[in-house]
Design a protein around this ligand. Structure first.
Ligand SMILES: Cc1ncc(COP(=O)(O)O)c(C=O)c1O
Length: 404
């Protein structure tokens, strides 16, 4: 809860976890009135987070993933300033935005394209992740028409069961790509902890590294060995990466500062609050804590259990809905604010413990998790604000574009 400046923000003795303690720093003082939801991006915190992670594991280069922020160019530039050697996104329109913004580092396409997208892929991406020969052949034809050579990372299945060839089929695919003139095997890669929830370990990444060694021998040159996404950091930071893994594609651990295997802080030095979401209270009324009357499905088809009867409680209706953010990935900065639920346009919170009682127009602050940032950037209804940009303009709201 962002309070008027005459009020204390936290109960002095409230039990705080590590994450709460980090979040506390964001509050304090008066937050100007807001007409609706706004997400503030602290570019300096993003830059710091990449720098911290990139410096921890010598020999491992960081490809910064922009997909949760829809390829936002200001965030992309912060990632590059902090040390990302390339940028990656899953959507072609996001890559087009990065190209148009004049971003100079190589751009990777994360989601395997449909063959019909090959022309756009070779124009917009320097590198794409691939596992199907038919698509690679389409890329070769499109790259020939463009007069370019397109780089592919061949994805290998090592257990998570999303994208990737079975390892035994990799050498044959590589041989077929070698026969094409306008597509080049830039490397091998894996993706883990996405579909199957499989943890990167010395066994599955070791199999990738071993296969990469064989492909390097087949090609007679070194390749990129892309050892997964943010979920690879815990192993990498513990010094456990098998030799031969050269690169990681990372979004969430940089942008949210968390270990994506647990959603706990990944390192104490990382900022957890690179994104802060704020929205105003539009109603604040004391009501019973249990709905009254016959119950059926809610607006989203859910039949949630009857809430506990806590008597009369003050409830804030906040102008933030599922059309703006993901209800499950929002942490109120003030631990006395308890999220009860969310419909398309409203977040309902219990604010009974907040003293003095909040008023209509007060602004409530949240730290959005990965899925909420993704939704906020996808939503045209959430205003975007950028602070902590490059020197000279640092800390100035709007030093980067203030709205998208
Ligand atoms: C293929 C691929 N690589 C990397 C990433 C980045 O994941 P994370 O945000 O967990 O680092 C994703 C997901 O966004 C992905 O689909």
């Amino acid at each position: 809860m962002a309070h008027r400046d005459d009020e204390s923000v936290f109960l002095k003795d409230s039990p705080l976890s590590v994450q709460d303690a980090a979040l506390r720093t964001e509050t304090g003082g008066f937050v100007p009135a807001l007409p609706g939801a706004r997400i503030t991006v602290h570019l300096d915190r993003i830059e710091d987070n990449v720098r911290t992670l990139a410096s921890r594991v010598p020999g491992l280069s960081v490809v910064g993933v922009t997909k949760s922020a829809c390829g936002d160019p200001s965030i992309a530039r912060a990632l590059v300033r902090g040390g990302a050697v390339a940028l990656a996104d899953s959507r072609l329109p996001n890559l087009a935005g990065l190209r148009a913004a004049g971003i100079k580092v190589p751009l990777w396409l994360l989601r395997a394209p449909a063959p019909a997208q090959a022309g756009d892929v070779v124009r917009l991406a320097d590198v794409s992740l691939e596992s199907e020969l038919v698509t690679i052949r389409a890329l070769d034809a499109a790259a020939r028409a463009e007069g370019v050579v397109h780089d592919v990372i061949c994805m290998v299945e090592v257990g998570d069961l999303r994208e990737g060839l079975m390892p035994k089929d990799v050498p044959a695919l590589v041989a077929q790509v070698v026969a094409l003139d306008h597509v080049r095997v830039a490397g091998l890669g894996v993706n883990l902890s996405c579909y199957g929830g499989i943890v990167p370990d010395r066994d599955n990444l070791g199999r990738l590294a071993e296969l990469a060694g064989a492909v390097e021998a087949q090609l007679g040159r070194p390749i990129i060995v892309s050892g997964g996404n943010s979920s690879t950091w815990p192993l990498a930071l513990a010094g456990g990466l098998p030799a031969g893994i050269t690169s990681v594609r990372s979004g969430e651990s940089i942008l949210q500062g968390v270990d994506t295997l647990t959603r706990e802080p990944l390192l104490p030095e990382l900022h957890l609050d690179a994104f802060v979401l704020r929205a105003p209270i539009v109603e604040c009324i004391v009501k019973p804590s249990r709905p009254a009357g016959q119950r059926a499905q809610d607006a989203f088809g859910d039949e949630s259990p009857m809430p506990e009867d806590r008597g009369l409680r003050r409830r804030a209706l906040i102008a933030l809905g599922r059309q703006d953010v993901n209800a499950d990935f929002l942490t109120p900065v003030d631990p006395r604010v308890q999220v009860l639920g969310m419909s398309s346009d409203h977040l309902v919170a219990d604010v009974e413990e907040v003293r003095p009682a909040p008023r209509v127009g007060d602004v409530v602050e949240f730290i959005p998790g990965f899925a909420s940032v993704l939704q906020a950037f996808t939503s045209k209804y959430v205003e975007k604000e950028y602070v902590g940009g490059p020197a000279g303009a640092s800390a100035a709201v709007g030093s980067e574009p203030t709205q998208r």
